[in-house]
Every structure is written in C-alpha cells, then in structure tokens.
Design a protein around this ligand. Sequence first.
Ligand SMILES: [Zn+2]
Length: 429
Amino acid sequence: MELTTSAGRRRWLWTAGIAVLALVAATITWIATGRGDDDVPAASPTVSATPSEEQMLAAVDTVLKTRASAVLTGQLSQYLQNVDPANQQLRQRDQQVFANLRKLGLARLSYQVDTNWAPEPQEQHGPSARALRVLMQLQVAGIDATPRATSLGYTFAERDGRWLLVDDDDLAAESDLNAYREPWDLGAIEVARRPGVLVVVPAAERRNGERLARESQLAFPTVRAITRRTQAGILVIAMADSRSMSAEWRTGGHPAAAVAVRNFAPANPEASEFEVTGSRVVINPDQRTKAGRLLLAHEFTHAAMEPLGDRAPSWLVEGLAMYVENELAARNGYREELADQRRELLREKIPALVVLPIDGVFHGDYDEDSYGVSWVIVEYLVTKYGQRTVNALYADLARGPDDPAVREQVLRKHLKVGETALVAALKKS
Ligand SMILES: [Zn+2]
C-alpha cells in the first residue's frame, strides 16, 4: 500500500513462460505406436507395454479414480484405502492433503497417469514398484472456469495382489516437480473466501488470508473498470513456505514480489499438449503480510488480460498493470506521490527514450524505471486515445506474432502513428 516504501514491491515479473508440465523433458514413452493395434502380433518387439504393465496401469487407474471420488465426497477412509499401511508418514501426508483439498472446495478433481513418461522402477519399494507421473486436474468451485493440471510423482507397488500407493516423492528431484509445490502439499492450510477470490494461507495465518481477501475486494472494481474484463474468480496463494514459489519467478535479478502464474490443462486426451485456462496469483512468502490491494490489482490485471494471448510487448503488459495499480493508488490518497513520480520520470527518463522499452529489459537485470516508464506511456495513451483504444491495441498485440514489423503495423492501425512518432509525441507531451 505504501508507495514510499515500495521499492521491493515494484519488482514484479509477469512470468508465464515456465513450462510447468515438463513436456520438453519427457522421456521416451513405453507406449509404442503399435499399442492397441490389433494387427501387431502379441510378441511384436514394437509393443513395449508388457501385460503386467497393462495390468498395473488398469489397477492404478482404479486407485486414482477411487481417490478422486473420495475427495469430492469427503470420504477419508476411501482416500486412504489404497495407501501402503506400512508407510505411516505417507499416510499422514496424504491425510493432510485430503483435508486441504476439502478446504479448497473442489468442483472437479481427476487424476490420470501421464503416459508420456516411462514408469521408473523403484527397487527400494520392491520389485514391482514403479514411479509414475500423474496429472492431477482440479477445479476450485466458484474460482476456476475449468480444471487446471499439476504433475505428481506417485510410486505404486503390488502387495498381496493389490496395487498400493507406496510413496509420493521418489520423483521429487525432477526439475519440474521440484520447481515449486502446490499449497496443499505444504502442511495444513486455511482459506479465506470472498466473491471472486479464494486466498490460501498456512493454517496459522487465517487473519492474513481474510485481510488479503478484503484487499482483493478493494482491487477488483478498478481492475474491471479499466480492463473491461471479468473472470469467474481467482486463486491467491500466500504461503509461508518458500517452496510455494519457483526460484525461476524472478525479475531484475531477485525474486518477484508476486506472480500471475498461468494455469494449464491438457489440450488433448493423451496430454501431449497443453493450453492456458486462466491464472492464479502466487505471492512471495516474504511479501505475504505486506501485500495489499495495489499489488493484487497489478497481478489481477495480468490475470484478466492473460486469455487474450501472451505476445503483447512487456511495456504494454507491465504498463497497463502499473496503470491500474496507480489509478487505484490515486483513489487511495496517493495522488501527490504519483504526481511526483510522474514528474520525475518525465524529467529524467522519458527524454532519454529512443524506442519503447524492449521486452528483454523487464526480465533481465533491468533498471527498475522500466515499470515507471511503461506506466507513463500507457497513461499517455489512455489520456490521448481513450481506454477502449488502448484495450483494443492490447488485444491485437497479445494475439501476436511478436514480430517488430507486425507490432509496428498494429500500432499504426490503432493509434495512426508508428513507434518513432509515438515516442516523439510522448516526449513532447
Ligand atoms: Zn507485472
């Protein structure tokens, strides 16, 4: 909330580029092309899924379906019935995850074995044990428009003719599974609900959750008025555990204060391609008790614009988020501070501008003024051309491609001037 102490607060990164579901790293799948093809003889070497693997997968699928329905109907004993009775730590973790998922309030939940990955033997759990990549898809009621996917590593083993879940962290070292953890995997959670928002916090921090939910309510009207976009709701994650945030979510050489993270869901049944279905906001644990309506307004703006595509230039993406944030700040008594900032930028930074701030500047060791400069540019555009035109420009640029010639063409289409003339006009203003 305080602009005067906001040096750290402004270091936000709109990062969505991390392939959350590690498709790139996918190993050779055991599903050869001949699988399911009746013409292929049973002994064909091209069929690499052995009968026992087929049996395992069928059994695992049943276990996963049982667990999903147990969560949705609130049956803890059913959720645990296929968990190794000998692994008490796993059972305790699982019980906590169950309680957490119940707290979230799920409209839908499903698990499927990710067959793009080869099952990995885990001898320490016995000869039959295999670690599998599992796609968990969940939809938070009233928040997500559709389910989003997240990856798990589950180890299953046959015990007395039954396939049991025997471990959940044998693949934990894999870089994508290790990048960040979902909040329900990080101990007991508490949630705070308000229209259009669900805030997830550690169990001991309910008051901070309620505070963030209230702050969200104060951010929404400005976000909606400017973006002219609405969404069902947004999940805000404000955990104390540093694992809730990826180390990759950095900007200017240090961790971001908060990030609007894209939600992905499989775009085809085999889950070999993914599409963006929305965004959630993850607040840096360091900032979770300081974050307020301004930071939330900034990230909610990113989330609201996200469905338009990811090709808009950073100056517009960050400039619009800063514009929303600062409009809200102006309504909250910070008009003078903003005027000072604007004056300073117009005096010291804008005259040095040759081109619009380039994308790379925002994601490297940038100088922090890029955000301020982008704010001034967007404010100028809104004042001169109106919000409707700025939003139409955004939508067109977001669609891409992010080719300089195309961007120039789109600028001319909406503003009747190209980049050079725009920068010159901005300097004169
Ligand atoms: Zn941002």
